[in-house]
Ligand binder design. Sequence first.
Ligand SMILES: Cc1cc2nc3c(=O)[nH]c(=O)nc-3n(C[C@H](O)[C@H](O)[C@H](O)COP(=O)(O)OP(=O)(O)OC[C@H]3O[C@@H](n4cnc5c(N)ncnc54)[C@H](O)[C@@H]3O)c2cc1C
Length: 124
Amino acid sequence: MDKRRAVVIGSGIGGLTAALALHRSGWQVTVLERAGSLEPVGAGIGLAPNAQRALDVVGLGDEIRSLAAWQGEGGMRAPSGRWLARTDASAAAERFGGPLVLVHRSLLIDRIAARLPAAALRTG
Ligand SMILES: Cc1cc2nc3c(=O)[nH]c(=O)nc-3n(C[C@H](O)[C@H](O)[C@H](O)COP(=O)(O)OP(=O)(O)OC[C@H]3O[C@@H](n4cnc5c(N)ncnc54)[C@H](O)[C@@H]3O)c2cc1C
């Protein structure tokens, strides 16, 4: 029987993760990305426990956790330097059920994309 087919529009973290989940479930997936290539963009991204659980589902959770940057106290500042929110790793772990994992956004995208068949991703 032919494989079921899916087309995912957009190769952001959401699209690639959905595509990987479908691929692992036996679907033939094509990801259509309007950008010309998957250029590294952005800076760090903090992955909360729920995001890590989604990565567990597609078999990437432990790999990404092992690449996590150091975590300590942190938060968000306005461009003026004023703190908008502050927390530390243990407070976040207590509140959300596990530590935040901080990785570079392009690394996360590369690791998800690498688990898809090369022909699955079409840019441009
Ligand atoms: C400054 C900033 C910091 C953030 N920090 C965090 C954080 O620390 N932790 C966290 O969990 N989240 C964070 N977020 C939110 C997180 O980045 C987004 O929720 C997530 O990246 C969204 O992923 P996505 O795949 O849904 O969309 P996107 O990353 O927006 O990807 C959409 C893709 O679809 C493509 N596309 C759009 N339209 C079309 C079309 N018609 N045809 C083909 N391709 C198309 C686009 O080119 C793009 O590549 C942050 C967001 C910002 C802006």
